[in-house]
Design a binder for this molecule. Structure first.
Ligand SMILES: [Zn+2]
Ligand SMILES: [Zn+2]
Length: 373
């Protein structure tokens, strides 16, 4: 069957699947409904299906011909603890949870490719479709790798994509070498002395001290890191206090860098404790696989729809851990049409369904080209 015909036929069902995932978001390592659907769907298409890696992870395997080469393509399945504000008729039915990163779309896309690959059987070798849990925080990719993903499902190369509303629709943005940053997280607690808001002299106000720490943290990158080394310090949360007339005991700030917090707190006569946690490593693409990806994307979309990113994105991605084990490449697929699209992790974000046929066709072509007869 021609690829375009196969994809056109499947599209209404695929959009329905994507919207069903969207309506039923699940947090990392708890994607039981999504995972069960993926497993059933792959089985029906004739894939050999393995479940239970990293709790809810699924691998679908399909072989064709006698070739010994193999390719892995990964999609993430988890949602975020964000209250959805899209007003869509298929908006999240679970209060406080939302597919705000488009993993519903990534999963649907790979299921669409599964269908096209199974219908066409136009390759020589083995395809492993890897549906991983918990990209957003628990590092599902690393858990799958630690549980023997690539020993059980050997892949000569692995690929993954992420939709990106800040890039033009249908643009392939790739990069040899680092494409996503490493991330660490710190939780600073400022220990003050609480009391009445009208008697500050009797207290040690952790909010004022915390605000000063937040400002001082802005100098970490400017004054401590080589100007050519990309780095970002973001204060993502500041929790303190409960009423306008109460000075609280503690303030909690979530970010980076111990030294500043401690010395700032000391200058206020307070104590700061810092819990520092190394999170995901940097996502580093391999050269040969990125060259292959670029070649395939140019043939697929035309050279004017393929860009090499000058700089890595400063977000992070646990596909990093698959790329540490196997050569491969990760890229962004642009979804911006009007310029009004909300960014990833915004409560008004929604995956653009028009990307589905592009992603399905591209994954199919990439796998078929990698395992060419
Ligand atoms: Zn994401
Ligand atoms: Zn995300």
């Amino acid at each position: 069957m021609k690829l375009s015909a196969s994809i056109d036929n499947a599209m209404p069902e695929l959009v329905a699947i994507r919207r069903d995932f969207h309506a039923h978001p699940e947090l990392g390592l708890a994607e039981t409904r999504t995972s069960a659907f993926v497993a059933r769907h792959l089985e029906a298409l004739g894939f050999e299906v393995t479940t239970g890696l990293a709790k809810t992870g699924v691998v679908g395997t399909l072989s064709c011909g006698t070739g010994s080469r193999s390719i892995g393509i990964r999609a993430d399945m988890d949602a975020l603890p964000i209250a959805e504000e899209t007003g869509l008729d298929y908006a999240s039915k679970t209060p406080g949870l939302m597919h705000a990163c488009g993993h519903d779309g990534h999963t649907a896309m790979l299921l669409g490719a599964a269908r096209a690959l199974a219908e066409r059987k136009n390759f020589n070798g083995t395809i492993h479709l890897i549906f991983q849990p918990a990209e957003e925080n628990a590092g599902g990719a690393k858990i799958m790798v630690d549980e023997g993903l690539f020993e059980r499902f050997p892949c000569d190369a692995v690929f993954a994509l992420h939709n990106e509303p800040n890039l033009p629709f249908g643009q392939f943005a790739l990069r040899d070498g680092p494409i996503m940053a490493a991330v660490d997280e710190a939780r600073i607690t400022v220990h003050g002395r609480g009391g009445h808001g009208a008697e500050p002299q009797e207290t040690a106000d952790p909010i004022v001290c915390g605000a000063s720490i937040v400002m001082a943290l802005q100098t970490v990158v400017a004054r401590n890191i080589h100007p050519m080394d990309p780095s970002v310090v973001t204060v993502g949360a500041f929790h303190a206090g409960s009423a306008s007339n109460i000075i609280p005991e503690r303030a909690e700030i979530v970010v980076g860098i111990r030294m500043i917090a401690k010395s700032q707190a000391e200058s206020f006569g307070m104590r700061a404790t810092v819990d520092y946690e190394r999170s995901y490593d940097a996502t580093v693409n391999h050269k040969a696989e990125t060259d292959f990806l670029r070649e395939t994307a140019i043939r697929f979309a035309g050279a004017d729809h393929v860009v090499d990113l000058q700089r890595p994105f400063m977000g992070s991605e646990d596909f990093a851990y698959m790329l540490k084990e196997r050569p491969g490449s990760y890229f962004f697929l642009g979804s911006r049409v009007t310029g009004e699209e909300k960014s990833l992790h915004h409560p008004g974000y929604n995956f653009n369904d028009d990307l589905l046929p592009i992603g399905v066709a591209f994954w199919t072509e990439l796998a078929e080209a990698y395992l060419a007869r």
